[in-house]
Design a protein around this ligand. Structure first.
Ligand SMILES: Nc1nc2c(ncn2[C@@H]2O[C@H](COP(=O)(O)OP(=O)(O)OP(=O)(O)O)[C@@H](O)[C@H]2O)c(=O)[nH]1
Ligand SMILES: [Mg+2]
Length: 273
């Protein structure tokens, strides 16, 4: 299951996508090429040593969006994993899947990787999600629909609203840890799951953010605060347990989260005074 190659099914999918693109090109001439440069949607995925998950992830996103009229791009922001991620993404792109690798050689960190992806994104809507298949790609249409509602400026794929869930394998410690971290975010937003890591916002809103100082894992919370997102909607997701690769959520990240919360509190106070 945690294979690194390009599976048969995905080869077939790539072939079909390529045929479709060729047919469109023949139909519309240059227009299609121009359209591909104007994505409606950019999906940004920070990665560190996630090669075993990427083929399935990119394919499931592409399948989910295949029947929509959206022109989308998938940006993988990888911190020089050296696990075959670069070759895999090159193969998937060669097959016609709309995926691009942004390789960072001298930087590490989930949040700064997300920001790099947001800065390079072409889409008018931005989605951020994890690579380990915890965030179901099939929920992307729900996120987009919620963002389309009047007044909504940020949407979370949420583990803690009605209809959502997490795999049973989440032990008591992990649940308690997650609830405690979420409680610390409460002074900044009433959202039930601001730390989910699966979220959507408009690029125009992102452009209005105050300067970001990414630290640790929780960039979504910082974006809510510093991009002045007043109306945060949540759509339920089922958060799956990672099956392949290993978690990068260490004690150090938890410590960085506490520092991040302190920084955000200082930012809020400074704006009030
Ligand atoms: N570019 C980049 N991505 C990272 C880094 N650390 C983690 N990521 C990615 O960020 C996402 C979330 O990391 P995870 O290790 O799954 O952390 P988590 O979801 O909080 O923890 P688990 O539920 O235990 O998996 C994954 O796609 C990781 O590959 C990093 O230093 N750089
Ligand atoms: Mg994870």
């Amino acid at each position: 299951m945690c294979n690194l190659g390009i599976g048969e099914f995905h080869l077939e999918y790539g072939r079909r996508l390529r045929d479709y693109r060729n047919a469109k090109r023949a139909q519309n001439g240059l227009q299609f090429d121009l359209m591909t440069k104007m994505s409606n949607l950019s999906i940004i995925i920070p990665t560190f040593q996630e090669a075993a998950n990427l083929e399935q992830l990119v394919t499931r996103i592409s399948q989910t969006l295949a029947d929509s009229n959206l022109i989308f791009e998938i940006l993988i922001v990888d911190d020089d994993s050296r696990d075959g991620t670069d070759a895999l993404i090159a193969n998937l792109a060669e097959l016609g899947l709309p995926v691009r690798l942004i390789l960072r050689k001298n930087e590490r960190g989930l949040s700064s990787a997300v920001i790099r992806g947001f800065d390079e994104a072409q889409g008018s809507t931005l989605i951020c999600m994890d690579a380990d298949l915890s965030h179901p790609p099939e929920a992307i249409p729900d996120l987009l629909n919620a963002l389309d509602q009047p007044g909504v400026d940020f949407v979370i794929g949420s583990r803690y609203v009605g209809g959502a869930g997490t795999d049973d394998e989440w032990g008591l410690f992990r649940r308690a840890n997650s609830y405690a971290a979420t409680a610390l975010a409460r002074p900044f937003t009433m959202a039930r799951d601001p730390l989910s890591g699966y979220f959507a916002m408009r690029r125009s809103q992102y452009r209005m953010c105050d300067s970001l100082s990414p630290l640790g894992y929780k960039i979504g919370l910082e974006l809510i605060v510093k991009c002045n997102c007043r109306n945060v909607a949540e759509v339920p997701i089922h958060f799956a347990q990672r099956r392949c690769g290993s978690s990068k959520l260490t004690l150090k990240q938890q410590w960085l989260y506490l520092r991040h919360i302190a920084r955000l509190a200082r930012y809020k106070l400074a704006r009030r005074s």
